[in-house]
Design a protein around this ligand. Sequence first.
Ligand SMILES: NC(=O)c1ccc[n+]([C@@H]2O[C@H](COP(=O)([O-])OP(=O)(O)OC[C@H]3O[C@@H](n4cnc5c(N)ncnc54)[C@H](OP(=O)(O)O)[C@@H]3O)[C@@H](O)[C@H]2O)c1
Length: 448
Amino acid sequence: MTSGGKLPAVRIAVLGAGVVGSQVVRLLTEQADELAARVGAKLDLVAVAVRRPARHPEIPVELLTTDAAGLVARDDIDIVVEVIGGIEPTKDLLLTALRRGAGVITANKALLAEHGPELYEAADAAGADLYFEAAVAGAIPLIRPLRESLAGDRISRIMGIVNGTTNYILSAMVDTGMGYQEALAEATRLGYAEADPTADVDGFDAAAKAAILASIGFHTRVGAADVHREGIAAVSAADISAARQIGCTVKLLAICERVSGVAGSTAPGVDGRDGGEGVSARVHPVMLPTSHPLASVDGAFNAVYVEAEAAGRLMFYGPGAGGAPTASAVLGDLVAVARNRVSGGTGPRESSYAALPIQPMGQVLSRYHISLDVDDRAGVLAAVATAFAEAGVSISTVRQEGRDRDATLVIVTHSAPDAALAGTVDRLAELDSVHQVTSVMRVMGDLR
Ligand SMILES: NC(=O)c1ccc[n+]([C@@H]2O[C@H](COP(=O)([O-])OP(=O)(O)OC[C@H]3O[C@@H](n4cnc5c(N)ncnc54)[C@H](OP(=O)(O)O)[C@@H]3O)[C@@H](O)[C@H]2O)c1
């Protein structure tokens, strides 16, 4: 930190000036006086690294550089804000900044989910701050509430809609009855989906966020590879309509839970009862009762529902992406890290003391909604029920639709392990009377 004028100055470099970075630069410039008053130091933007300077006429040319590596190595930069995205070269850029003690703020969920531990260790070793509020759910304050406000509580579950693209697509399917491809095409046309939507629709983006949320919520290192991931490409208009018939809507949820009975765990277990405490982290579509607070989160909005032992149920809701909303979260981190530097301290460090094991997906308990096309004749229901019983899956309700030779059976199960359900589906597929298992989807919560 260098001094200048009445207030000391904190010197800042921004890496990237795209959707988010351009808004960070704008807000940092427009709100300079207010931010200085809040921090107790001037926030001096000294450089902005981009790939193509000619594309950034709004940024004073003397601030622009294409040499991000040179910038992060400069001793006179106190805080580096990374809004480039991706793993390379950002990982090395941030490691360089952290190792020389600069504070780092990033919105990069993919990097944190894959290389978080390396970054946390570098920050720890150098006594530097690493903040990432913008990496999960854009503008919605979530990391700090989980890491600080709830630090005295015991979180049992974090469940959220953390990807606006997939929520927009599913909402469009629910509202209009259109199929997945049609809804995706509309989302692309309106700018809610990228030209290559893989990271969103296949659940990679949500899985990276789930890894971050689970790590913070359960004081355990959870990486992207630990998160079971299913996207929304297989969700059909028929699934949506089947969900409606049981009082549900379909959402892609990131679910992070404290669970019991996990093999190899030495932790005492939820409530100290069952032994084998662990963490389940997963992303998949679910049929969610319309009465659930997350069910009414529509369009590109995000929301995260947190259950904690003492606090009870909390809901965080708002814009999960977009330039200005995400820049708001980045600026909040910037003020916090700058204040830490002014006061000579650092913020909260990574906390992974619990080191809980990850529950394998096969052990995860869920209820399921299954639709099968079957022969409409005597004995079929009994054969289907036997297939469920043999796999250890108990049936809650059965509905039959259609007459004459073919019928559709719609079955909702009681809670069963994922592996048992997979075994059931295999058995069903072997039955002569079953033409096709047309849909299998997990159901969350109590049905009406
Ligand atoms: N967009 C959102 O709504 C949102 C929400 C939450 C989190 N995030 C996260 O925020 C980060 C940035 O996202 P974004 O949407 O702002 O991305 P973006 O619009 O693609 O912008 C990326 C910026 O990085 C610059 N850049 C790329 N490679 C570079 C390099 N090697 N050296 C210097 N600059 C380089 C680009 O420069 P040029 O402009 O010159 O090409 C561009 O300005 C990502 O981690 C993303 O996951 C985004």
